[in-house]
Design a protein around this ligand. Structure first.
Ligand SMILES: C[S@@+](CC[C@H](N)C(=O)[O-])C[C@H]1O[C@@H](n2cnc3c(N)ncnc32)[C@H](O)[C@@H]1O
Length: 274
């Protein structure tokens, strides 16, 4: 069982497959809209969608604030190519949020389902926060997936999902996926509160009603499972997937009406700078 160690760029969200991610577009859109709905600015001149992906949400931001200059930033050329394929007034920019700087003063820094791919939030969040002028808004949503059964099983299957309870993959891979990057809500509250004129931090647990076979596996294949699948060789990937699928089906049984319920908790915060 030999595997490559996961490449940091891969763990950080490179090589996105827009098609796989967009399979659950409706479910994934709702938190983006819930976040947007809490932004209390009427006429923001400049909006950045950080980690804009294929641009679905960026286009809604541009529609909601038609007078704003709107830019979508992402480090995935595949996602940006898909975003730019539909004509719009949005400026698409390739950039890594780890070192990104805005090209004009932002009124809103909006980020939906992205910061879970970036480490060191004690540095990242204050850096983004400091880019805003007084009255500027930082609006962020991220999955609280660390404690979800699907993600606990994901890590456990690597640790002892092989034949006779053996580990699958390299120790480096297991160490890499054992990093918890999204913190509890009070962590973000404490970072932002000292300079906030308005601060709203909340969590929501959605009950996604999914259909089809192995829908939870399909869901995570578009996001959190990618670093694992990319780091395993063909034989171990097949072994891992068979065992992970079996455990997921036990945890998330299909109901008599054909629906699989997938409870999923998410963190939100909307902060306005003093
Ligand atoms: C789950 S998708 C979310 C896309 C979009 N925000 C949405 O709500 O549909 C995560 C996106 O974050 C991007 N991403 C991950 N790490 C990044 C980084 N360090 N810098 C910029 N973009 C990043 C990925 O390329 C991907 O497009």
């Amino acid at each position: 069982m030999t595997q490559a160690a996961p490449h940091q760029r891969d763990l950080a969200g490179e090589s996105w497959d827009p098609g796989q991610y967009l399979k659950f577009a409706d479910h994934r859109l709702r938190p983006a809209l819930d976040l947007m709905g809490r932004i209390p600015l009427e006429r923001p001149p400049a909006i950045y969608d950080l980690g804009c992906g294929s641009g679905n949400v960026t286009r809604i931001l541009a529609d909601r604030w038609p007078a704003a200059d709107v830019a979508g930033v992402d480090n995935s050329p595949e996602m940006l190519a898909q975003a730019a394929a539909a004509p719009s007034r949005i400026r698409w920019q390739e950039g890594d949020l780890a070192g990104w700087r805005p090209d004009r003063a932002p009124s809103i820094l909006y980020s939906n389902a992205v910061i879970q791919w970036l480490p060191d939030h004690h540095q990242l969040i204050p850096r983004l926060w400091a880019m805003l002028p007084p009255g500027g808004c930082l609006a962020v949503q991220a999955p609280l997936s660390w404690d979800l059964a699907s993600h606990r099983i994901m890590r456990a299957t690597l640790r002892h999902g092989g034949p006779d309870g053996q580990a699958i993959g390299s120790p480096e891979l297991r160490a890499a996926v054992a990093n918890r990057w999204v913190q509890d809500p009070d962590f973000y509250y404490d970072l932002l509160a000292p300079a906030a004129a308005h601060l709203d931090v909340w969590t929501t647990e959605y009950q996604h009603a999914l259909t089809g076979d192995n829908p939870v596996l399909e869901w995570v294949t578009g996001t959190g499972l990618r670093p694992i699948l990319n780091a395993l060789d063909d034989a171990d990937r097949a072994l891992y997937l068979a065992e992970y699928r079996r455990r997921l089906n036990e945890q998330y049984p299909k109901r008599p009406d054909g629906v699989t319920l997938y409870p999923f908790r998410r963190l939100f915060f909307v902060a306005i700078r003093q």
